[in-house]
Design a binder for this molecule. Structure first.
Ligand SMILES: [Zn+2]
Ligand SMILES: [Zn+2]
Length: 241
């Protein structure tokens, strides 16, 4: 036979009926366990091909099986995630926002929100949040609210030169912000006040030359900058106006 086989032909050769209309995949599965087939120089998801066999078109979202048979690739059971929510993804209303990314969840975890709060604010399952919490090796905080120090530890890292970089949330792309006493505040103001025993006046910025620095000893507020300017003036004469 020298007729060129189609991707659908290839699909059929790699499947095996197992009763109740389910179809097992006998072909290749990638590392994630997704049934795929190579055809005409490209890789095709078996469920996408199955969906196309049933509907004559490509799914808009992901192709997934609506049945309970593990690994089923039956065209009759193939659905489009953009049309039919995936199994196990039924926790929210149908018109919910697109699922939040792991990074979004992890950001809130590091900020110390509990699983239920994160689930509510990102419209995701608290179970998924708990799984990501375990990945980060963060303890569960149902009983104890996070302290500023917990948040500081989770959102900072030392940098060469004795600086400390903020790895957490930024306001307006540059200003470190930490969830503290039910609102977002500058972690710089908090560590500044702790070190100097007084509230900062004006903006608190690193004076060390490392822009993202949040190390208390490297921070200056407006009176400190004014004082430094005066000292320079005394040493070098009049400062430039
Ligand atoms: Zn099935
Ligand atoms: Zn610094």
């Amino acid at each position: 036979m020298n007729t060129r086989s189609t991707v659908e032909d290839l699909f059929r050769r790699r499947t095996q009926p197992v009763g109740d209309g389910h179809l097992d995949w006998t072909g290749y599965r990638n590392k994630k366990g997704t049934a795929t087939l190579h055809w005409n120089g490209g890789t095709h998801g078996a469920l996408r091909v199955a969906y196309r066999i049933r509907t004559g078109q490509d799914p808009i979202g992901y192709a997934h099986a609506t049945c309970e048979h593990p690994g089923c690739v039956a065209p009759e059971h193939a659905a489009d995630s953009a049309v039919t929510p995936r199994r196990g993804h039924h926790t929210g209303p149908i018109n919910r926002q697109p699922s939040s990314s792991d990074d979004q969840v992890k950001t809130l975890l590091r900020e110390g929100l509990n699983d239920r709060q994160i689930g509510r604010s990102l419209r995701t399952s608290p179970k998924r949040v708990a799984r990501l919490r375990a990945e980060l090796e963060l303890p569960s905080f149902h009983n104890r609210p996070l302290t500023f120090d917990d948040r500081w530890d989770a959102n900072t890292e030392p940098v060469d030169g004795g600086h400390i970089r903020w790895t957490g949330r930024l306001r307006e792309g540059t200003s470190p912000a930490v969830h503290h006493e039910r609102r977002y505040v500058s972690p710089r103001r908090i560590v500044f006040e702790r070190l100097h025993g007084r509230a900062a006046v004006g903006r608190v910025l690193p004076g060390c030359g490392y822009g993202p620095c949040v190390r208390a000893e490297h921070l200056e507020d407006q009176p400190m900058r004014d004082q430094l300017a005066k000292q320079y003036a005394a040493i070098f004469g009049e400062v430039a106006a």
